[in-house]
Design a protein around this ligand. Sequence first.
Ligand code: CP
Length: 312
Amino acid sequence: MAIKSKDLISLQDLSLDEINQILTNAKSMKEIIQRDIKKVPTLRGKAIVNLFYENSTRTRSSFELAGKYMGADVINITASASSVVKGESLWDTGKTINSMGVDVVVIRHPSSGAPYILGQAVEARVINAGDGTHEHPTQGLLDIFTVLDYKGALQGKKVAIIGDILHSRVARSDIIGFNALGADCWVCGPPTLLPAKVNELGVKVTWNIEEALTDADVVIMLRIQLERQKKGAFPSIREYAKLYGLNSKNLSLAKKDALVMHPGPINRGVEISADVADSLQSVINEQVQNGVAIRMALLYLMMGGGNVNVIA
Ligand code: CP
C-alpha cells in the first residue's frame, strides 16, 4: 500500500517519504489537468463519497474533480440535505455509506476529531477535508506543493503565516508540513488569536506583522473566521485590517519575489488588500489548481497506486 496509515486525519499521519511521494505524483497529475481532455482510467471502478457537514467551494469541488478526472464514481452528501437533519449520528451515517461499497470517504466537519471517529466506524479510508480548528492536511500539502513549484526547495525559507492562528486548521497543517521540509516557520497575529503554548509548535512567534514580513520568502494570510470568533478577540474589523492586514506597503518588507498565499475564501480589504490579492506576487489561483493535482495524487496513492511519471 502506497500510504500506510488507513486514514489521513493529520499531516502527522504521513512520513516524509509519503509526503514526497504525494508531491512527486502531483506533478504528473497537474500535467493531466492541464490537458484538453482531462480523463484517465486510473481509478475506474472505485467509489468516493464527499461527506460535508460544513460549507466548502474549493475543497469539495477539487476532491470531486480529482476523482472524476481519474474515472472514479464520486457522490456528494451535504449534511443539511441528508438524514443527518433527522438526527442520524456521524457513526451511523458512516456505517450506512460503508455498506454501499465505498473506497474513500472525504469528510469536512465543524467538530475537531470527527474524521477520526468516522475512521473508526468505516472500513473505507477516510480523508480529513477540514475538521473544526484541528487540521486541513490536503490544504497543507497543496500549499507545500505550490511553494516548491516556485521556489524549488523549502530548506531555510522564511514562511510567515499571519492572522487568526487560533481557529485555523490550515495553520496547524501548514506548520507540520513546512517544518517537516525544513522551512523557517513564523506565525503572527494578535495575542488573542494565537493558541496557548504556540511556540511549542516549533515556530517563531510575533505579534508584529512587520517583523513577520521582513525578508519573508512566503506570506500565507489567513481568513478572519467571523463564524468562529468569540466576542472580544479584537476590537473591530477595521482595527484588525489596519494592524494585521497585508497591503502593498507592508508587503514591500518581504523579499521582492515573495509569494503571497491564502487558502481562501478571502475577505478582501480585511486580511488582504484587493490589489495584493490580485498582484503578480499572489499565487492564490495556483493554489486552487494545485489543490486538484494534490487530491488526485492522494486519492491515487490511497487506493493502492505507486509512483507515476505520466498516466496515459
Ligand atoms: N481552503 C478551503 O478549505 O476552502 P473551502 O472552504 O472553499 O473548501
